[in-house]
Design a protein around this ligand. Sequence first.
Ligand code: FAD
Length: 380
Amino acid sequence: MPEAPADATTTIAEQLAAQQVMLLETLNGLYDDATLLVGRILCDRRDATVATARSVTLDGIELHLTGPDGDDVATVPLPAPLNHLDELFLLFFALVIEARERSGEEGTTSVEQVIASASGYRTFLTSVSAVEDVNPHLRQVTFQGGGLTDGFAPVGPDTFLYLLLPPPGRTELTIGADFSWEAARSMPPEDQPVGAYYTLRRWRPEEAELDILMVLHGDTGPASAWAERVAVGDEVALWGPRTSWSPPAGTDSYLLVADETGLPAVAVILETLPAGVPTQVVAEVDDISTRQELPSGDHITVTWLHRDGAEAGTTTALADTVRSLPQPSAATYVWGGAESRAVTQVRRHVRDTWGLPKDQVSLVGYWRHRAHEHDPDLED
Ligand SMILES: Cc1cc2nc3c(=O)[nH]c(=O)nc-3n(C[C@H](O)[C@H](O)[C@H](O)COP(=O)(O)OP(=O)(O)OC[C@H]3O[C@@H](n4cnc5c(N)ncnc54)[C@H](O)[C@@H]3O)c2cc1C
């Protein structure tokens, strides 16, 4: 974004001063939960329980933070120059998104609800219509009908949805189509839905039916535990849809990096990419019998990596293989979904060693191995 000329900047500074009361009321009233998230994460005060905006200037938003570790005053810089006063809340929204990404925490503040409703996220109530095992560690679950008949559509080749499930030990959903993260968090703990993100593998609009592929990793997590016992007729809600796929115009080749959680998206991406664009896939699975079916073509190269007995999430094979690849074209787009530490290692290589700019890299930590569940060094 171009810098504003000096005289315009002065005018904006004056406008900020004139609107100060309204701005602070909005940050401390309407968006107080989002202001707290920004303060906790971007000012490195995760313990803070209250964040009060004290001033908004061209330098940023000055916050007073209170928590068990004491009081602090810190200024969060605006993420871009302010050229017009009405851009201020867009910049604040960008800070909220950055704070959410860096936090590693689930949740929806008031600002994220505004963004979500503007982005068209909805809650689709539906039920299981078929279950099929792809291999002993991967189950295809099909959902049909209900809310899916009313305007559901994928939003990208890696379309993903949050699968909302009944609380553990229960069979009936405790939320409805009016689900919101805020309302769910204020429900009694025993009534709160559980779940996780899953990728839309296939969508059949005529039948209002979709498939997801769920890794079965036992009863260690509520979504996997649900998948172990899933039966036709089980009711769920799907929140979304969302995407992280955004190759810039001019992309001339692709590198896709995934473990078995990211492979459903890789399959759809390969189905939708134009033939002829060189695409390299680096995929990690248990062994040859757990490879997932991927489209093939002269332009597609797949390198399969087998853990051969090692536990998922404990190897460095994905990053080691990416490090062994030659420097790609400067117009390569790198997409990935896999365990968080593996993804962090790959991201560091493609950003720091290859020097690919941020907009050419979309590497998402899809899950965290328990050994690094709280590792602050990981960037999800
Ligand atoms: C955008 C996105 C798309 C995704 N798409 C898919 C998909 O299509 N299919 C799919 O299977 N997953 C997918 N995932 C990953 C899935 O959301 C996570 O694996 C999630 O942690 C599963 O939730 P849970 O309740 O089973 O386990 P959690 O409660 O999150 O974790 C409990 C324990 O299980 C372990 N664990 C979690 N996932 C795995 C795993 N895959 N293998 C081994 N151990 C694990 C954790 O380390 C933890 O110790 C996606 C994630 C994202 C962010």
